[in-house]
Structures are given as structure tokens and as C-alpha cells.
Design a protein around this ligand. Structure first.
Ligand code: G6Q
Length: 544
């Protein structure tokens, strides 16, 4: 099913933005700040303790007005409502997109195909809580009667990146006498290293797979089963005590040998990369406990309400999304750097890579035509201050424009001498240096010899957002993730793309299935690939 859309280039705000860009692109940030002494306070917005300073962006009031007009002309309001209402906005898979239902409070109602999905969401959360409490307290025993000391999540993509990120982000709140590990790669090293120092009778595997057919996950799950049985004397009954499943596919779960009583369900209206707050987050809940998990959901929900009800000019995810469109399409920015100044957020950039790039890495619009502009930028990043000693050079003095999101907190979870002030001084210093740079005159005035001056000039005019919150709690993490989820939604709406499918990952999977047979075949296979692929396969077969 396709809908006819007004092409982006025909939306009047888009045309106006093009002309406006011509007019302001040469105006440096230093000028914009000089012209408006209140800019640093004016271009900020706060909701539920998440503060966004977007003043160091190459925008004026007119830019904002036009970007908001663009959001309106692109039907953002109606599309937000359609998502929250449970309309099947993922048109290529004919699915509703309801990660917002995963954090809807009890008593709310969202109906999909005639069923209110909120009560089942809470039933699964309650079941997860019961199980998590039993594992945490030691009441849940392994096959030999020992308590669980190791929890290993087996999953990949959306069934891995969220759980890993959340575990790392919320480690401060985790139960420290249980080890948490994550196996995703089909490379046997991932599994081998994860279990090499563990005992099977103390180890619980969470097999997290929406489809329960994913090659990597099922291969790892089978190896885990073999490893467990080998360590537990081969008694098949052990599986029930050492394996639980998180899936939408009860049939495949029982086929694997996991009792569906030990299955935690979710639904086809939860996309993989939007699923860390569903049962896919079971490892998170075991680590931090049900109360903290619910606090995280509450954080998500607060940002959902903000996104749905706040006028665009004060709406954090909308502003963040529109700024990304502004740089991607008018300044030809190729990437966005995510720079958390919080060690616990070390996997946050990797998590956001999937969220943003799998969602908006599309070149076809909802009506099946080729997009007219660039879409999803490349997201990447590392925690500060480490990045400063490696790739920041290119952001400061390279030839590319790289909008940056700095994320910092007023308080640290690990107060240690002056560390936190030093850390935060670097956030403010980097954003300042990027925006305002250092002129040749300033460099000369420092006594720099003439020949060296050009090397030491910082052009500045490099945009960034600064996001601040009190401290990294489960609630704040939920808000931050929802902030980016809805920013992605905003971008996808402007570009009129389906941010919720991922057909781009299919072709490689199909080809790999065929090649697996060719690599493993006992007789010489007839290869009909291109000459490069054929040659590589032959070479591998000869040398393996
Ligand atoms: C996410 C994608 C993808 C998915 C994995 C794992 O949006 O769909 O990353 O999460 O391919 O899929 P399963 O959970 O079905 O194993």
C-alpha cells in the first residue's frame, strides 16, 4: 500500500529553507552570539530534567521557524498521533510501531487489531519481575541446586545492543554478585570467551530473539545448550533450569527445548532496535531489579508524553531531529558524533548507530519513489575525554562539518577528587572551541612564528548540542533513549521514509545461507558467483 506524498522539494518550507541557507551559511556562530547577547539562554529547552542547549548551532530564529514549518507541512503532528494510536505506519511490513506502548502506564489503552495491548505489556513485565526477583535472591536454582551467578544474554542486533548498552549504562545499580555477559557474534570466539571461566551449573542463558530463527543467535544458543549439557552430565532436563527465551515465536522456542512457561513474550509491533524496554530487557531487569527497570520505563514514558504533547518549538526530540535534517540536507554533513562524557554510556554511541542508521538509512520514500535528498547520517562516537585524544582533531580542523552531541551530567555516580569537574570542564571547553575557534590574530598574539600560524588556527563555526541532566539514573537513561528514538522519528517523517523496516539487511543473509553450503560441502561445489567471490570461496576451502 502506498500513499501519495508531496515531494520534499515541493514543500514551501523546504524551498524557503534553501534560500535561507544561502543567506545565513556564511554567518559565523561568533557573529550570531555577538548579535544576540541572550542567545545562550534563549536557545535552550528543558523537560523533566533533560536540558538541551542548541544555541551553538548555525541557526537563527528564522531557521527555527522554517524548520518547524517544515515539520508541520510534513505532517509530523498527524504522524506522531498515528504512531501513538497504533496505526500500521510501518507500511512495508504492515505493522504498528508501538514501542511507546511498552512504557504506557497501567490503565492506558492502545488498541491494535481489536486488542488493547497495554494489559499484556504489564502482564509480561510482572512475569519478568517475578523471575528477575527469583534469580536475584537465589531462589531460582540451577539443575544441581546451586544459585545462578552468571547470566548470559544471547542475541544480536536489536536483541543485543540495547541490553549491552543498558547493562553498561546502569551497572552502578546492578547486583554485583551476578556476572552479566553478552554473546552476539557467530564468531565462536565470542561464545568461547564468554564462558571460558564459568561453571555450567551456575550459568543461566537468556536466548533473546524476536523471530527465534536468527542464524547467529540460534547457532550460539545451540552451542550454549551443548556446553551446558556437557557441564551438567548430559541430562536434558537441565535445559529448563538454565535456559529461558525472549521471543514472539512460541513454536520455535518449544522446538529448541525451552518450556514456553519460561518464555517472555513480546509482539510484532515492537521493532528489534526499539525493543530494549520490552522482555528483551530481561537481562537489564535482572541486573538492576524490577523497581529500577520500572523507573527506566517511566523515564521513557515522560519523554513520550513530552514528544506527543509539546509544541514543536519547545519539543526536544523534534528540535534535535530537525537540526539533523538541517545539517544533513543543507550543509551536506555526512555524520553526527555522539560524545557522552559519562563512562557508563560507553556503548551508547554503538546503540544509537543501530537505532538511527537502521531506521533512516533508506533511499525510497513511503510512496516508493527515490528520495530527493540525503537521508540518515552516519552516527558514531566514543565517550569523552578519550575521543579528544584521537579523532577530535578532525572535528576541530578537518575539512568536514560534523555536528556533535555532547552529553554530560551535573553529578557523577563515582565522586573521586576533582575528576568530575575536570570531565565537565572538557565538555564545555570542547563545545566552546568548536563554535568559536581561535583566529590567526589570537594565534600570532601568543608569539607563534608566522609559518606556524595557519596550522594553529581553529576556524570554529562547528556546531554542537549540549545535553545535560542531573545524573545517570535509570529514569534519565529512559528519557535519553526516547529522546533519540523520537528524533529519528522526526527525521524519518521529514524524509517521508519508513523508519521501521530494515530490508537492507536481507540480501547478505540470503547469500550467506547459500555460501555456508558451499564452504562446508564435502565435494567440490559448482560455484556460479562472480569471479571474485568464486575465487575467495575456493581459496578459503583450500586453506581452511
Ligand atoms: C532491528 C533489526 C535486527 C534484529 C536482529 C535480531 O531492528 O530487526 O537488528 O533485532 O536481526 O533479530 P531477532 O531478535 O529476531 O533474533
Amino acid at each position: 500500500m502506498t500513499t501519495k506524498l508531496t515531494p520534499l522539494s515541493e514543500r514551501s518550507a523546504w524551498k524557503a529553507l534553501g534560500a535561507h541557507h544561502q543567506k545565513i551559511q556564511g554567518t559565523p556562530l561568533s557573529q550570531l552570539f555577538a548579535d544576540d547577547p541572550a542567545r545562550g539562554e534563549r536557545f535552550t529547552v528543558e523537560t523533566g530534567g533533560i536540558f538541551l542547549d542548541y544555541s551553538k548551532n548555525r541557526i537563527t530564529d528564522e531557521t527555527l521557524k522554517l524548520l518547524i514549518q517544515l515539520a508541520e507541512e510534513s505532517g509530523l503532528k498527524a504522524r506522531i498521533e498515528a504512531m501513538f494510536r497504533g496505526d500500521k505506519i510501518n507500511i512495508t511490513e504492515n505493522r504498528a510501531v508501538l514501542h511507546v506502548a511498552l512504557r504506557a502506564p497501567k490503565g492506558e489503552s492502545i488498541v491494535v487489531d481489536g486488542e488493547d495491548v497495554v494489559p499484556p505489556v504489564h502482564a509480561v513485565l510482572d512475569k519478568m519481575a517475578g523471575f528477575a526477583d527469583r534469580v536475584r535472591s537465589g531462589e531460582w536454582k540451577g539443575h544441581t541446586g546451586k544459585r545462578i551467578r552468571n547470566v548470559i544474554n544471547i542475541g544480536i542486533g536489536g536483541s543485543d545492543l540495547g541490553p549491552v548498552m543498558a547493562y553498561e549504562a546502569l551497572k552502578h545499580y546492578s547486583q554485583r554478585d551476578i556476572n552479566f555477559r553478552f554473546v552476539s557474534n557467530v564468531d565462536g570466539t565470542d561464545f568461547a570467551e564468554a564462558v571460558q571461566d564459568l561453571k555450567a551449573d551456575e550459568t543461566l542463558f537468556l536466548v533473546a530473539s524476536k523471530t527465534f530463527t536468527t542464524l547467529e543467535t540460534m547457532t550460539n544458543a545451540h552451542s550454549a545448550r551443548d556446553w551446558s549439557l556437557a557441564g551438567l552430565g548430559g541430562d536434558e532436563k537441565a535445559v529448563a533450569k538454565h535456559f529461558v527465551a525472549i521471543s514472539t515465536n512460541a513454536k520455535e522456542v518449544s522446538k529448541f527445548g525451552i518450556d514456553t512457561a519460561n518464555m517472555f513474550e513480546f509482539w510484532d509491533w515492537v521493532g528489534g532496535r526499539y525493543s530494549m524496554d520490552s522482555a528483551i530487557g530481561l537481562s537489564t531487569m535482572i541486573a538492576i531489579g524490577p523497581d529500577n527497570f520500572r523507573a527506566m520505563l517511566d523515564g521513557f514514558h515522560q519523554m513520550d508524553v513530552h514528544f506527543r504533547t509539546t509544541p514543536f518549538e519547545k519539543n526536544l526530540p523534534v528540535l534535535l531531529g530537525l537540526l539533523t535534517v538541517w545539517y544533513t540536507d543543507f550543509f551536506d554533513a555526512q555524520t553526527v558524533a555522539i560524545l557522552p562524557y559519562e563512562q557508563y554510556l560507553k556503548r551508547f554511541p554503538a546503540y544509537l548507530q543501530q537505532l538511527t542508521m537502521e531506521s533512516n538509512g533508506k533511499h525510497v520514500t513511503l510512496d516508493g519513489t527515490h528520495v530527493e535528498t540525503e537521508t540518515g547520517p552516519i552516527y558514531w562516537g566514543e565517550p569523552g575525554t578519550n575521543g579528544q585524544h584521537s579523532f577530535y582533531q578532525l572535528i576541530h580542523q578537518g575539512t568536514r562539518l560534523i555536528p556533535c552531541d555532547f552529553i554530560g551530567f551535573y553529578k557523577t555516580l563515582n565522586p573521586l577528587g576533582r575528576h568530575h569537574d575536570m570531565l565537565m570542564a572538557n565538555v564545555f571547553a570542547q563545545a566552546e572551541a568548536l563554535a568559536f575557534g581561535k583566529t590567526a590574530e589570537q594565534v600570532k598574539a601568543e608569539g607563534t612564528p608566522d609559518w606556524l600560524v595557519p596550522h594553529r588556527v581553529f576556524e570554529g563555526n562547528r556546531p554542537s548540542n549540549t545535553i545535560l541532566a542531573e545524573k545517570l539514573t535509570p529514569e534519565v537513561l529512559g528519557k535519553l533513549i526516547a529522546l533519540y528514538e523520537h528524533s529519528v522519528f522526526t527525521q524519518g517523517t521529514i524524509w517521508s521514509i519508513d523508519s521501521f523496516d530494515q530490508w537492507g539487511v536481507e540480501l547478505g543473509k540470503v547469500l550467506a545461507q547459500r555460501i555456508i553450503g558451499e564452504l562446508e560441502s564435502a565435494t567440490e561445489p559448482t560455484l556460479t558467483h562472480d569471479t571474485s567471490t568464486t575465487n575467495l570461496i575456493k581459496r578459503y576451502r583450500k586453506n581452511k
